[in-house]
Design a protein around this ligand. Structure first.
Ligand code: IMP
Ligand code: MG
Length: 202
């Protein structure tokens, strides 16, 4: 069976590989929360000229909306890492796929993530950036799975806390697909199915 999206631009359900995903956060809910985060971040970083460090691939859509909700001077740079490969769960091993260019010594860094699951990616990035002697390193994520994450530091800005179910859309992929969906979707568990907390991500 081929994957398909039926209905309008924001379909209520998406059918992928015999799984059904339903809307968890609508485009309007996301827009509102991004505006709130933007206002909070603008207040916190006013006059500090932060570097927004976008963690590719998943956070590119969130980052572009968040950045446009800021009313302060800021720079942007990109880093690409992967922790999942093509497996259904995190490999636990972080690989650098593309390094950033900015000189971060003495600068305020705000790392932008799409979702914090195990937290291993952010632990890795925090260590990496701190070695470069920035003035500060903080983290904003659209989504956080607190039941799964084993971070030994606090996230600075969180859009939404969610359960441990697999989600896609608004930049988040399932086997590299469906990042284009304008809402965040969560897998609907069907009766008699194993758990829904798996998928492939980068
Ligand atoms: P962590 O290192 O386990 O926190 O994983 C972080 C990365 O895995 C995120 O930046 C996402 O790219 C990806 N990821 C984790 N959970 C999901 C999910 O439910 N859907 C899609 N991608 C996910
Ligand atoms: Mg990510």
């Amino acid at each position: 069976m081929s994957d398909n999206v039926s209905g309008s631009i924001c379909p209520p359900e998406v059918h992928v590989d015999n799984m059904t995903f339903q809307v968890l956060f609508s485009p309007e809910e996301i827009r509102q929360r991004v505006q709130e985060l933007g206002a909070e971040i603008s207040r916190r970083y006013d006059g500090l000229n932060p570097i927004l460090m976008v963690v590719l691939n998943g956070s590119f859509i969130f980052a572009s909306d968040l950045m446009r909700s800021l009313d302060i001077a800021c720079e942007v740079d990109f880093i690409k890492i992967s922790s999942y490969g093509n497996e259904m769960t995190s490999s636990g091993e972080i690989k650098m796929k593309k390094d950033y260019d900015a000189l971060v010594k003495g600068r305020h860094l705000l790392v932008i993530e799409d979702i914090v699951d195990s937290g291993l990616s952010l632990q890795f990035l925090k260590r990496k950036f701190e070695l470069q002697d920035p003035s500060s390193v903080a983290f904003v994520t659209l989504l956080h799975k607190p039941e799964n994450s084993r971070l030994d530091f606090k996230l600075d800005f969180v859009g939404f806390d969610i359960g441990s179910e697999f989600v896609l859309g608004y930049g988040l992929d399932y086997q590299q697909n469906w990042r284009n969906l304008p809402a965040v979707y969560v897998r609907r568990e069907e009766a008699g199915e194993p758990d829904a907390s798996s998928g492939n991500t980068v």
